[in-house]
Ligand binder design. Structure first.
Ligand code: FES
Ligand code: FES
Length: 150
């Protein structure tokens, strides 16, 4: 079957099976910044934005993305670079495996929450696991990014 969606502002038509997950469809079409971790909706590294909201692409059927706007980290390059700089400054940039999904989640959070408290930030980030940083340095970097109005 053919499924039409917009990926990073480009209309795409993907050939897939009804049982295919968005993670596999994207990766099979060279969107390899979308990463596979647990494959069970627990780690968040497969996160993409669907109509601006973070979703775990390992648990979204490709057919559910029909007609939707999908954003991978390539679609927010400038903001991702800014987020990455804050991560670097705060020592939160380690193996980098969780960086694309976290950048997308933080980007969506900045659009959605107005002056969030650290408690709200932590709640928004539930489901985004990182095996390297211990989270504290990430939280420092994220708070700085959220406060950056440039
Ligand atoms: S790979 Fe999708 S949540 Fe872990
Ligand atoms: S930096 Fe390694 S998993 Fe997050």
């Amino acid at each position: 079957m053919k499924i039409k969606m917009t990926v990073n502002n480009q209309v795409k038509i993907f050939e897939c099976e009804p049982s295919d997950y968005l993670l596999d469809t994207l990766r099979n079409n060279n969107y390899v910044s979308v990463r596979r971790g647990c494959d069970t909706t627990n780690c968040g590294v497969c996160t993409v934005l669907m109509d601006g909201k973070p979703v775990p692409s390992c648990s979204v059927l490709t057919v559910q993305a029909e007609g939707k706007q999908i954003t991978t980290v390539e679609g927010i390059q400038e903001e991702a670079e800014k987020i990455g700089n804050y991560f670097g400054e705060e020592g939160a940039d380690q193996c980098g495996y969780c960086n694309p999904s976290l950048a997308l989640t933080v980007y969506a959070m900045k659009k959605e929450l107005v002056n969030p408290t650290i408690k709200e930030v932590k709640k928004y980030l539930v489901g985004n696991l990182c095996r390297c940083t211990g989270y504290i340095s990430q939280e420092r970097a994220i708070m700085k990014y959220l406060g950056d109005k440039s």
